[in-house]
Structure formats: structure tokens, C-alpha cells
Design a protein around this ligand. Sequence first.
Ligand code: SAM
Length: 274
Amino acid sequence: MVSAADFACIREFLRRRSGVVIDASKGYLVEARLLPVVRQHRYTGLEVLFGRLRQGGDLALERDVLNAMMTHETSFFRDKSPFETVKKILPDLLQRRSVSRHLTIWSAAASTGQEAYSLAMLLGEHFRGLLAGWRVRILATDISDVVLERARAGSYSELEVARGLPAEYRQKYFVPLLGRWSIAQDCRKMVEFRQFNLTGSWQGIPACDIVFLRNVLIYFDIPTRKAIVERMRTVLRPDGCLFIGGAETLLGVSDSYDRIEGVGCGYYRPKPPR
Ligand SMILES: C[S@@+](CC[C@H](N)C(=O)[O-])C[C@H]1O[C@@H](n2cnc3c(N)ncnc32)[C@H](O)[C@@H]1O
């Protein structure tokens, strides 16, 4: 178990760098997640890691600590219902965009890429014809460069594809490669990966039609959630749709959005200005 002082050090580091807040009950997690970093850097123990972290200036260590402390849990078509909802709302949205013929989707805490590739597969499966000649952009961002590297590689284990991916999608959109499953080129081509901190500068984020901001707000405190959700209004088109995680809510976070019932889940649309 880490000492109270070391816990305070890592808590402050995480909050400052990513907005992620951990409470004291997560002491066990800190040790379990940082011991591999201790081994990686060939330190003699956690106390050396914390010493270096306090000293500051070791960018490689800071990057490894940040990556290690994040929760990257994800899966293909996670929770299903947001994807069913996108399938249902897209025909109307595409109709509204029939002049510009641009569609932009943002997976704003993309982890290892399953969410963004699920959206690419959904478009390929159900909207290929309708989207012929369109400029479709799926932007996938995450604060962690390690998960983004994995996402870009688009190579998944048997276990990862067994979680949530229908067997026929595996046949259609993946190729077996060196004992793993590699996402097919036409899906990979649709997704653009970029490192991005939700609590940093939002420069370069395009106007979005659909945003998946799922299972990341829970790691922030209320003021940070509020700030992110308000900023989201500046990039979400007025008729755009925001999806958050099944265990997340905008209640007490923002009343600038209307909640709309989808297929087995709700999604949010910016309220029109009064
Ligand atoms: C639990 S995963 C969610 C993955 C996917 N959205 C899903 O629902 O399956 C949370 C991701 O949020 C990322 N994250 C945490 N803080 C972040 C921040 N400040 N900016 C961008 N991404 C962040 C983590 O690196 C992690 O990959």
C-alpha cells in the first residue's frame, strides 16, 4: 500500500495532467498499476518512482505513469444500444447533411480503438450506399499515446474480438494475421487517431455531428465534467448528438442539453439558444 503522502502526490499529478480524480479507496490500484512502471524503469521500488515524480522533469516517467494510471476498459459495440441509436438517427441526420455531404463523428476517449472501429463498421454495414461520395470522418482521440498506438495498429486478440463483435463482422471486417485479428483497410482508412487531452486546448477539433464521450466523465470531478460538457457545445453542431456512458448522466452537470430517448438509451442534443 502506498503512503498517504505518495497517494497525495499521484492524485495531484493525475488531476493536474488529465483531470482524472482518484479517491483514497483506490490506494491498492496505485500500487498495482505503478509496480510495472517501477520494473520498466529498473527502479528499486515505488519510493524511487515517487521521488522522481516529485522532482519533476522526467517526461518519459510522467508519460508512463499517466498511461499506467488510466482505465482503458473498452470493447467492440460496447453497450450495443448507442450503436443501435446511431443506426436509427443517421438517416435523418444524413438527410440534413445532403447538401454538404460531410459527416463527422468523434470518439472522444477512444482507448484502444474498438469504439471508433465499431462506428466505422456500422457505417459500412448499414450506410455504405447512402454515404457513397460523402466525406466521412471518424476522429478518435485519447490522452494516452500507448492506447492510441494500439488503436492505430488495429490488431486485436481472440479475446478482444470475442467481446461484443458479431461473428459475421469478424469475417467481414477483419483479417487473421499472426494469431490476431487485424481490422480491414477500408475501416481503418475511415478513422483518424490523434492524441488529445479533454482538459487541455480544444484547438483543431472539427464541428461534429455525433460525439461519443463515453465512460470517461466518471473519472472527473463535477467542475471538470461541467467544463468539458460546456465546451462540447462549441464543437457539436446544433442538431448534433452527444452520447455518454450508460452509467453517466448530465444531471447536475449541465442543463444546456435536451435528453432524447434513443434505442435502449438516451442521447443529448444542445438546447437551442433562447
Ligand atoms: C474507460 S475508457 C473508455 C473507452 C470508450 N470510450 C468506451 O466507452 O469503451 C476511458 C479512456 O479515457 C481516456 N482519458 C482519461 N482522461 C482523459 C482526458 N483528460 N482526455 C482524453 N482522454 C482521457 C483514458 O486514457 C481511457 O482510454
